[in-house]
Ligand binder design. Structure first.
Ligand code: PMP
Length: 421
């Protein structure tokens, strides 16, 4: 039948060198960063022709640029399903968004966060009382852990940190269920949508969360633009994240009156090109949501089932092997260092994967403590994107099977840049 169109990336068909010639790049590192969409490049090219500083003057270029910036904010508002009273703040990335939110929490806020979280979601809360919830063994376990922690630690202000999808296993977290538990206890929820928004529609209201965090560079836009969206009260009551121009209403010798709304936390000339790029990506992903989900679920299943079927390869899940997930798979190859697996896939097959602990050390350590993990201390992560083809998946599966059976083709030495043939 007809396949619905997918947004196109600028790097489609990119040739890369391997030990025996050039092949088209099989990029399986989308969970780290995504290539830009053609629609993003078009929007950026057009913005680059006329831009000036945002909200800084009445010159034509400045007025046009200011309008783009606010249009970009409106596009993001729609993308995250922002409600009345929600603010959309442009940041650098998810890490920046979490740090901004952390600074805005009322002093007495207690934070509840699962140890499975990415470091960006796990670490910024050190100035507040934080309750770490252990890595859950099942969805039921996660709900019990959260319910119990909220019952044991009362307080006027509480914030629960939840991932939409794990950047380690790709598993989709039971956000609605956990957010409902938080809400029933009077706690707020921040959703880490860095790995979720590229694959599934985000809707603050539908998911029942108060804040959402995301990164443009995982959404098929370039680096340097991210978002914190959500309830404005704590944001407006807090000191500005950055002090400087654009965040002020008035400055006199006696003091400063700070802006309210997004501008309060966006001091300095804004990254308007980044905002335009991010918004163009949001627009494309929203327009093609159904096709994206269909493409990724097909290839994601082929990838995960293929890997799981290879002798000497272990795949990892937090919840259960058939739990809903985005197209991310983490695996180890018995007896071969994960960074050597990654180097060999690149040098011999033109395949890009990530290896290590994926900025989620507690999560990876817990998964690898599993009896099946042999002596691995790091893992390999393969993640599907819009330009991934079935041929790419099959190339990866064949290459991993060959590695598991025969080891790498060439001799590799471990140098300062990692393993190299
Ligand atoms: N959360 C998750 C789930 C992530 O995967 C990442 C990026 N690996 C981040 C947060 C942090 O994103 P950034 O590096 O863009 O700040």
């Amino acid at each position: 039948g007809e396949t619905a169109p997918l947004p196109t990336v600028v790097s489609e068909g990119l040739p890369v060198p391997t030990l025996d010639g050039t092949v088209d790049y099989a990029n399986f590192d989308h969970a780290a960063s995504t290539p830009a969409l053609v629609s993003v490049k078009t929007a950026v090219d057009s913005a680059l022709r006329t831009y000036s500083s945002v909200h800084r003057g009445n010159g034509w270029a400045s007025r046009v640029t200011s309008a783009w910036y606010e249009q970009a904010r409106a596009e993001v508002r729609a993308f995250v399903g922002a409600r009345d009273g929600d603010e959309v703040v442009f940041t650098r990335n998810s890490t920046d968004s979490f740090n901004l939110l952390a600074r805005c929490l009322p002093r007495d806020t207690q934070v509840f966060v699962f140890e499975t979280e990415h470091h960006a979601a796990l670490l910024p809360w050190s100035a507040r009382r934080t309750h770490r919830l252990p890595v859950p063994g099942s969805v039921a376990d996660a709900t019990v852990l959260l319910r119990t922690a909220l019952r044991e630690h009362h307080g006027r202000h509480r914030l629960v940190v939840l991932a939409g999808a794990s950047n380690v296993t790709g598993e989709v977290w039971p956000v609605r269920e956990l957010a409902a538990i938080a809400r029933a206890a009077g706690a707020r929820v921040v959703l880490d949508a860095a790995q979720y928004a590229p694959h599934r529609p985000v809707d603050l209201d539908d998911l029942g969360v108060d804040y959402v965090v995301l990164s443009g560079h995982k959404l098929y836009a370039p680096f340097g633009a991210g978002v914190l969206a959500g309830r404005s009260d704590w944001l407006d009551a807090a000191a500005p994240y950055l002090a400087g121009g654009g965040a002020t209403k008035a400055v006199t010798t006696r003091g400063v009156v700070w802006q309210e709304g997004a501008a309060r936390h966006e001091a300095g000339s804004p990254n308007v090109i980044g905002a335009v790029a991010l918004a163009a990506a949001c627009h494309s992903l929203r327009t093609h949501a159904a096709a994206i989900e269909a493409h990724e679920s097909l290839l994601g299943r082929r990838l995960l089932e293929g890997l799981a079927a290879i002798e000497g390869v272990e795949t990892y899940s937090l919840f259960s092997p058939d739990h809903e997930r985005v197209a991310v798979a983490t695996f180890t190859v018995d007896g071969i260092d994960s960074s050597l697996v990654s180097a060999a896939l690149s040098a011999e097959h033109g395949i890009g994967v990530r290896d290590g602990k994926f900025c989620a050390h507690l999560c990876v350590d817990s998964l690898l403590d599993d009896a099946y993990a042999g002596d691995a201390t790091t893992a390999v992560r393969a993640s599907v994107g819009l330009a991934t083809t079935a041929e790419h998946v099959d190339r990866l599966l064949a290459a991993v099977a060959e590695l598991a059976e025969h080891g790498p083709r060439a001799d590799y030495v471990l140098g300062a840049q990692g393993w190299a043939p």
